[in-house]
Write a protein that binds this ligand. Structure first.
Ligand code: ADP
Length: 352
């Protein structure tokens, strides 16, 4: 019979998934130490959560997995739980632990259940609106596979680094901008997979030199995958804003996203309903293309605020394609005014 080795233990532990996610506990870096003495195995895990069910499930699953090792004796799984980071009381509780970004007061993630609902458009305009309301704001595009912030602000400039090898954000429209797209070659996202994505994302988030900011807006990739989990594990978020369109298919996915963030204790700051309605420039009529009231119903169901309704607007699409979000290009436009209001609603919800 072959002896139990540390490598065998790690291999077994890599079959244990983080509850609710497809990624395993080894590739997430939760396994801090393994020691083997004869058949006895001691595993030390470390994770950050305020939900007691998460470590318990991981401990149980790890013990079951390790018990399958041939010749195993006593199995001890210890979990070191780090205290969740504190957030403002107004944000409604503590998010999953992760470190604060030095100098940044509030990190707000913008998420969506599915692609194409206007998440990046909302993230960009929200960042501009927060800045126009008087705050120092950064915007970070975390969508490794489809970065769009560079396009929306008309830049693909390669950022410079400090002598300490920290990345200096690009400045546009009075915002500090950073995108994973600024650093990657076009072919790179295709080869970055699995644990490499986690490592790259963590490193990226920790290496940007943001300086003093009131708000850092993170444009997350769509959906509820491993990148989102990595981000909430890495950065202490004030909360997440979920973007949806009013139709039922989008709302179902928005609900899934909300469930994921609640599971990892990230406060949901509210929903934004995008492409809510169309105001026809020729007849002045309002057309509810995707139906009406969906966002409000979902927000009520989730017991979170509906932060605003953003209409479908040709100028908004054109401004995004031209390289300056509409809130910066034309602050009196109806969409821009809605974003200024949303930014104000958000800011009052987040204490200093
Ligand atoms: P996502 O980030 O969810 O994939 P984007 O923000 O890239 O979506 O938006 C997808 C497309 O829809 C873009 O061309 C964008 O300009 C357009 N768009 C988003 N919101 C609006 C809106 N309110 N009115 C008009 N066009 C919009």
């Amino acid at each position: 019979m072959s002896a139990i080795t540390e490598a065998l233990v790690r291999e077994k532990l890599s079959t244990v998934k983080y509850p609710g996610f497809s990624r395993d506990i080894v590739s997430f870096g939760l396994v801090k130490a393994v020691s083997v003495s004869g058949g006895d195995v001691v595993v030390q895990l470390s994770l950050a959560t305020s939900d007691p069910r998460v470590p318990q499930t991981i401990k149980d699953d790890s013990e079951v997995a390790l018990a399958q090792l041939a010749g195993v004796g006593r199995v001890t799984v210890r979990i070191d739980i780090q205290a969740p980071a504190q957030t403002s009381p107004a944000a409604g509780g503590a998010p999953m632990a992760a470190s604060a970004i030095p100098g940044v007061k509030h990190v707000i993630a913008v998420a969506s259940g599915k692609g194409g609902v206007g998440k990046s458009t909302v993230a960009a305009n929200l960042a501009v609106a927060l800045q126009k309301n008087g705050a120092a704001v950064g915007l970070c595009d975390c969508d490794l596979y489809g970065p769009s912030i560079g396009l929306m602000f008309g830049t693909n400039e390669r950022p410079m680094a400090t002598e300490e090898n920290r990345i200096i954000p690009i400045e546009r429209a009075d915002l500090k901008l950073m995108s994973m797209g600024f650093l990657l070659d076009d072919a790179a996202p295709a080869i970055l997979r699995g644990p490499m994505v986690t490592k790259y994302t963590q490193q990226f988030l920790r290496q940007v030199e943001w300086g003093a900011l009131d708000y850092l807006v993170l444009d997350l990739p769509p959906g509820t995958g491993d990148i989102q989990l990595t981000i909430v594990q890495t950065v202490a978020l004030a909360g997440v804003v979920i973007v949806t369109t009013p139709q039922e298919v989008a709302l179902i996915d928005a609900r899934k996203a909300a469930t994921m963030f609640s599971k990892v204790n990230v406060p949901i700051l509210g929903l934004i309903e995008n492409m809510s309605y169309f105001l026809c420039p020729s007849d002045g009529q309002r057309y509810d293309i995707f139906g009406s009231g969906g966002g409000a119903r979902e927000a009520a169901r989730l017991k979170v605020p509906l932060l605003g309704h953003v209409p479908i607007d040709i100028a908004t699409r054109e401004a995004g394609d031209r390289g300056l979000p509409v809130t910066a290009a034309n602050p009196t436009n109806a969409v821009a005014r809605e974003f200024l209001q949303i930014a104000q609603n958000l800011a009052t919800g987040l204490a200093d």
